[in-house]
Design a protein around this ligand. Sequence first.
Ligand code: ATP
Ligand code: MG
Length: 649
Amino acid sequence: MTDQTITSVSREHRLIRPSAEFKAQANLGSDATYKRLYAESVNSPEEFWGRQAKEHLVWRKPFKKVLRWSPPHAEWFLGGKLNVSENCLDRHLGTARENKAALIFEGEPGDVRTITYKQLHFHVCRLAHIFENMGIGAGDRVAIYMPMIPEAVMAMLACARVGAIHTVVFGGFSPEALKDRINDCQAKLVITADGGWRRGKIVELKANVDRALEGAPSVQTVMVVRRCGNEITMVDGRDVWWKEAWLGAPNTHEAKGFDAEHPLFILYTSGSTGKPKGVLHTSAGYLLGCKLSSQYVFDLKENDRYFCSADIGWVTGHSYVVYGLLSNGATIFIYEGAPNHPEPDRFWQMIDRHGLTILYTAPTAIRAFMRWGDNYVLRHRLDSLRLLGSVGEPINPEAWMWYHRMIGKKRCPIVDTWWQTETGAIMIAPLPGLTPLKPGSATRPFFGVVAKVVDERGREVPRNTGGKLVITKPWPSMLRTLWGDDERYKKAYWSEIKDVYFTGDGARQDEDGYFWIVGRIDDVLNVSGHRIGTAEVESALVSHPAVAEAAAVGRPDEFKGQALVVFVCLKAGHTATDPLKEELRSHVAKEIGSLARPDVIRFAAALPKTRSGKIMRRILKEIATGGIVKGDTTTLEDFSVVASLQAEE
Ligand code: ATP
Ligand code: MG
């Protein structure tokens, strides 16, 4: 062991076995099948993926070679041609799925729309014509800056249909952030809406676009959906209404096949650790990763109604709202607004109203629900749910247990899915019905994923020892590069250890081979010579009944190397007092040992988060050190949170 090894302090040992009922209907049958297929997928990846690609995707021209790997660049399914939108839509036409709901939408004001596969196909075909008439075609970049409304999904699929590369920018981002992203990829077209509803107010999307475009000369056309009816200005010769463009466009569209490696989208990462990176994904490998993982990780059934609460502005919204689900012919539910509007029980209301069967959400949301109190949940039946999922951050075991008990009524397995914008699809996750679950662990690798926990020199560390999480073999849905910056691609992901993909996350594998993410490598604490992951300390805090959420960071300390500073948000009904601080310090010491006893506890009304809901520890680190926040804050959700934390200092 070197002193760079991460000490794992977690003592979580609960094991939740799948019910016999769930097991009996699981898509993969048995755990033995998973083990056999997994072994094949890593021992003979070309055979495995070649077979899956033939079985799961609709090809215009068959591929000749499965993989060309010249590290760190991979090409998959060479020589093959396909159309991604055809794989999500046309393939379902003329089948029993034709008149099935592809999409159920609920707007924040309560308006509901249901769109069948046939109708969605019709919309996308028309839009594809409109794009082509505008001169948007293969390789052109299109920025999508929209609320969570059906037109956003249509826009993505229409880009895919004509071979244009979409870059979806989350509708909560500022004009500045939008401008940066448009300029980085030189988008020619922006698709937006007049506004979107958020907590009863209108988010002025079109006005933001106007401001962004003052500094983004590449954009020639702006297409605007009427959503809120708010007043906007339309610039002559540049802006067109979606509805008007719509008139007269033919409603069939012959899709062309594009190369398997044709770029599908650019998506900028959340920015938890620094300046966002423009991750590039291509067509066939990406789609295959999404389709296969959706089918097995969500154990999709024909009559599922699947609700993923992620915005399409995040990778989760790309892979697990749009591409993975529609390619499987599933019914997706999308919701426009805030989870606490008009009341904190909006999700539970919608689940009952629409009979939703799968809920995929993030730990930040789960902790917010816990904080708002059980009463909001208990008013609803939630009996249509059969499966729950989590993504985005490590889920604290106590939040997992709450989700399991309160939302899943102990009946629904939880799939904790570890992956990244860069990985394109889920990498580590349980297969429901097969994998015994451990609260807080993403469990085992998905097909084709060779994940390892290694030390500084790239040597695998012993079980139950922390280290860096790496992926040692290429996989079909991996990013191909960073847009316009291949050097940064090589440096950020492939230079830590030669030809091995570095995730940036710290992890440990337990005695059963299960993976536990202990936090970001950059955030690892160094207390008296022990390197401790943030997630483990935070989970210990969250296991105290008064605590809703916590963030742990280090501050330079003369004696210990680093002093442990924790920021704590309390649940409704608890008050911040000095005795409670003392109690929390002892609680952590009791849960994980005195080496992790916090030096400083600070109560906070809220924690700084990215707009995708992740805690931004790099900002808290600066606050704990007493400095002013200097790093990139463009992806910060609410600067007032930082301002009030700084003011308290
Ligand atoms: P940036 O790369 O710009 O700092 P980001 O890493 O937050 O932003 P994403 O690609 O959206 O951007 O998030 C991926 C990261 O989220 C993972 O590297 C991991 O740290 C965390 N994560 C996602 N899912 C899980 C999970 N199930 N368990 C633990 N951590 C997770
Ligand atoms: Mg990242």
